[in-house]
Design a binder for this molecule. Structure first.
Ligand code: DX5
Ligand code: ZN
Length: 216
């Protein structure tokens, strides 16, 4: 099953609720929420209060991408704020297993992410224990960057690991995805696509419809 997860990092924050309703009406089923701490990544975005205010405004599935150092410290709070799925970075955790377990115990689905320079062998031992692998196709920290082409080979490699070990595990790609390259990443094996700039800049409904025509 395909999921389109527009990243609100590219939304107009003065009209956040309205724009999230627009993506929902246009056919997105997930919303991607990028949390940055200024340590794991060079930028700071937003945290629990924003997620908490959005929660009653929409039925979308909250795909929370934690770009924070030692996310284990905050799992309970993100669950309480409304997260459905919490994705952590392998590079940011002292103990990946304990962090995965903390997310499960909080009652959320679990995602594990790696940066562009991290080998896919890092996620391999965890595939049977998580609900989603997220492959970053830009260096995390900012929206609007260019897709790193080498990600295509990583997608193919992780797709074959998933098919072998845990076929119901989702595979998400994040960064630099637009209508010109979404078919290629889907073809390579992802079933969850994050898009920030390509959804929120311009006509949101038309952009979502464009993605949906490829992801069906
Ligand atoms: C980058 C974030 C991405 C970003 C995607 O650190 O994790 O989710 O918002 O934005 P675009 O689609 O504009 O590359
Ligand atoms: Zn993200």
């Amino acid at each position: 099953m395909f999921h389109l997860s527009p990243s609100i990092l590219a939304a107009d924050f003065t009209r956040l609720g309205e724009q999230v309703n627009q993506i929902e009406q246009a056919g997105a089923d997930w919303v991607h929420i990028d949390v940055m701490d200024g340590l794991f990544v060079p930028s700071i975005s937003f945290g629990m209060p924003v997620i908490q205010s959005l929660r009653p405004a929409t039925k979308l599935f909250f795909d929370v991408h934690l770009m924070i150092q030692e996310p284990i410290r905050y799992i309970g709070e993100f669950k309480k704020a409304g997260a459905d799925l919490i994705t952590i970075h392998a590079e940011a955790c002292e103990d990946i297993g304990a962090t995965i377990q903390a997310i499960r115990e909080a009652g959320c689905k679990v995602g594990l992410s790696i940066n562009p320079e991290t080998e896919v062998s890092v996620v391999e031992p965890w595939i049977s224990k998580v609900d989603m692998i997220l492959l970053m196709s830009v260096h995390p920290g900012f929206g609007g960057q260019k897709f790193i082409e080498e990600t295509l080979d990583k997608i193919r490699a992780v797709r074959s690991m998933i098919n072998g070990q845990n076929p119901s595990c989702d595979l998400e790609v994040d960064g630099g995805i637009h209508l010109g390259n979404v078919a290629e990443v889907v073809e390579a094996g992802v079933n969850v696509v994050v898009a920030g700039t390509a959804v929120f800049k311009g006509d949101i409904a038309q952009n979502v419809a464009g993605f949906r025509s490829v992801m069906k």
